[in-house]
Design a protein around this ligand. Structure first.
Ligand SMILES: C[S@@+](CC[C@H](N)C(=O)[O-])C[C@H]1O[C@@H](n2cnc3c(N)ncnc32)[C@H](O)[C@@H]1O
Length: 243
């Protein structure tokens, strides 16, 4: 082990669940209690960090909070400007770690599931720092239990797809899965409603926005909301109609 590794703090990717303050794991709470710095990711669109508000009650009183803004991207491989933002955030984290601080990165739901954390995780991979990732309850599972809706059983097949995906891929998922979870429905919502309607799947679909948070919404008459502008934290659970 080199001298640098010995004095470098640990980087924790911490899944904090979707908002219910009781849906954090013991491991997540223990990590939040010991870190010196919490990275609170924000998107360009919104000022607040939901992940921070979930994590905050568990932090040490003198823990430092560092806000980092991340562009909403599919991948940064082909976009140098976006890559530069991620690298600058990565460098700030590295500086904190190399000053000996333990740094946490709070993630809504699970860190390895459609998360900004994945980009930072990949960028840190070869920098020789200690990284620990702590699983969290992903939104679609928190929602299913909360609203009392079994997702799949027996030999059922489930597909999880973002509404930002190609419409052909979404249609394929709806036609070939017993259940489909549609994430990120703040995008392309009217098209998703049409796709569900044409398959007679609206009656058995539910849209949940900001699950576990104070302003949570559970919408079962999805078609009536087709023209609404949805909150970023919105997910649809569907089941294939068998009639
Ligand atoms: C960037 S992904 C993050 C997924 C997260 N890592 C997880 O494990 O659920 C953002 C999407 O997750 C879903 N999501 C996250 N939190 C949610 C919540 N509280 N209520 C409903 N959907 C949520 C929405 O589909 C949202 O567009």
């Amino acid at each position: 082990m080199t001298l640098t590794e010995k004095t470098t703090g640990t980087f924790y990717g911490i899944g904090v669940g979707t908002g219910d303050p009781e849906l954090l794991t013991v491991k997540a709470i223990n990590a939040l209690k010991k870190i010196d710095v919490l990275i609170a990711p924000k998107t360009e669109k919104k000022d607040d960090s939901v992940a921070l508000s979930i994590a905050q009650p568990y932090l040490k009183s003198d823990a430092q909070i560092v806000y980092q803004t991340f562009p909403m991207v599919k991948d940064f491989a082909d976009d140098n400007e976006v890559l530069a933002v991620f690298e600058s955030n990565r460098d700030e984290i590295l500086q904190l770690l190399r000053s000996g601080k333990d740094v946490g990165f709070a993630t809504i739901g699970d860190p390895m599931f459609y998360s900004t954390y994945i980009y930072i995780f990949r960028l840190l991979k070869d920098s020789g720092v200690n990284v620990e990732t702590i699983a969290g309850v992903p939104a679609f599972l928190a929602i299913a239990s909360q609203i009392g809706r079994p997702l799949v059983f027996g030999n059922d097949i489930i597909t999880i797809i973002p509404a930002t995906a190609n419409l052909d891929a979404i249609n394929h998922a709806l036609d070939n899965s017993d259940a489909t979870v549609i994430m990120k429905v703040y995008k392309n919502f009217p098209e998703i409603v049409d796709a569900l309607k044409s398959r007679n799947m609206l009656d058995d679909a539910v849209l949940v926005s900001r699950a576990g948070l104070d302003d949570e919404k559970i919408i079962t008459d999805i078609a009536a909301h087709k023209d609404d502008s949805l909150n970023y934290l919105s997910t649809i659970l569907t089941r294939r109609s068998h009639d």
